[in-house]
Design a protein around this ligand. Sequence first.
Ligand code: NAD
Length: 499
Amino acid sequence: MSTKTIEHWIGGAYTRGASTRTGTVFNPATGEEQKHVLLAETADVDAAVASAAKAFEAWGDSSLSQRTKIMFRFRELLMEHEDEMARLISSEHGKVIEDARGEIIRGREVVEYACGIADALKGSFSDQVSRGVDVFNFRQPLGVCAGITPFNFPIMVPMWMHPMAIATGNTFILKPSERDPSVSNLVAELYAEAGLPEGVFNVVHGDKTAVDAILDHPDIAAVSFVGSTPIAKYVHEKATATGKRVQALGGAKNHAVVLPDADIEFAANHLTAAAFGSAGQRCMAISIGVAVGEAGDALVEVLKRKAEEVKVGPGEDPESDMGPLVTPAAKERVIRAVASGQDQGAEVVVDGRDYDVVGHEAGFFVGPSLLDRVTTDMDAYKEEIFGPVLGIARAADVDEAIALINANPYGNGTAIFTSSGAAARRFQREVKVGMIGVNVPIPVPMSYYSFGGWKDSLIGDSPIHGPEGVRFYTRAKTVTSRWPEVRQTVDAAFHFPTH
Ligand code: NAD
């Protein structure tokens, strides 16, 4: 049986372009190499940019009502195809179907925000700033924009970008992760069905070659990136050097503080889901619990019980809480991280390294792991493991917990579990992290706010989607205008205007 090859979508049609190299797409639950994906050459990126640049001539001039109608139709189609998309994501990423559905819904919320673009794009107007003079501003699209995205949310993360870019009048090239690329092609088909003109949304599959071609291309105005911190830094440096706008979101190591006054059962329940959901492959996953004072032993005891109760199995099984990791390499990395934690002195309370799922022995499964007494000098603390490993660090008080988080190079998300409003308020004001949960473990902002961390979790200064997304994909013009009445004479002033 021939293995399916996933092609690019350029100018409203599938194409192999100049690509001859391919990457492997696994079914992580079975270990099977189920598909191949084309890996673009520079010529393929050039073709996509040419198509997007041509489409921009009309799309950049399209009316707000035309864009809005297409976004509303696209939203309906996303709802109609939710099951199909959830299954497709699960089969290539490994996450459980309900979790895949969750990311589709969170992505769709950005489309819903984009449906209101006419309101979000309103400029401002100052009447009579001087006698007979008005000032107003408005925002215009940039041109061809590109998005480079990670494997862990194959539909949601690209949707942080393209609905915002397209609704603001830009054309877009998506370079999705080569690990789970198929759903991006389905999205392209749905945009076409919604009436989006060809060339406005393109998908180029690939690896570093495609990314470099995007970063170097003189006709791309802006690049949005989400992925690991080293690549975010690389993208930011290279794309800004060629004069592009860049938003670059990186990796994370998210801490959840549990104070002794918290409901420990409630906190442990949420920590378990936030650490092991999607097999820990979320940029907002909790990977370190910081147990304060006497909360420590009680918390670890409940977490042990809950970690052992997590049902690990294929994503398509509705009984599974957690699926496999995305690749064999990811599985090896997690096993190594638990071993290094143990070697460097952490206590392995639950060991998920040797974990077989009956009937799926070749799948990339590990079980949840719980490491206690993790300290900041351990590799298991310093590295972003990106797997189902929860480390517990101990802190004497809330000040020590805040200091520990603030010393970490990442600053994506964090949470505090407490029944004290004063402690929560102090935490939210003093912690150097972009997204904070109070008794909420994964505080992903809604689409009408913007998403973004601090420090090494966001390179540059632009968070993504929501109002910041509108700003990122547009530039402002400010007009100072005077319309003299026909018989009115206005002497031109030669001094600098002071009104
Ligand atoms: P990754 O950095 O390996 O890949 C991201 C993208 O960059 C992919 O499209 C990939 O093809 C490309 N890429 C990979 N290596 C490259 C190279 N050497 N040169 C140029 N391009 C390259 O990330 P991943 O493993 O797909 O995703 C997991 C990472 O993404 C984690 O670090 C996670 O924290 C991060 N992430 C962050 C957020 C956030 O909002 N901050 C959200 C999701 C994921």
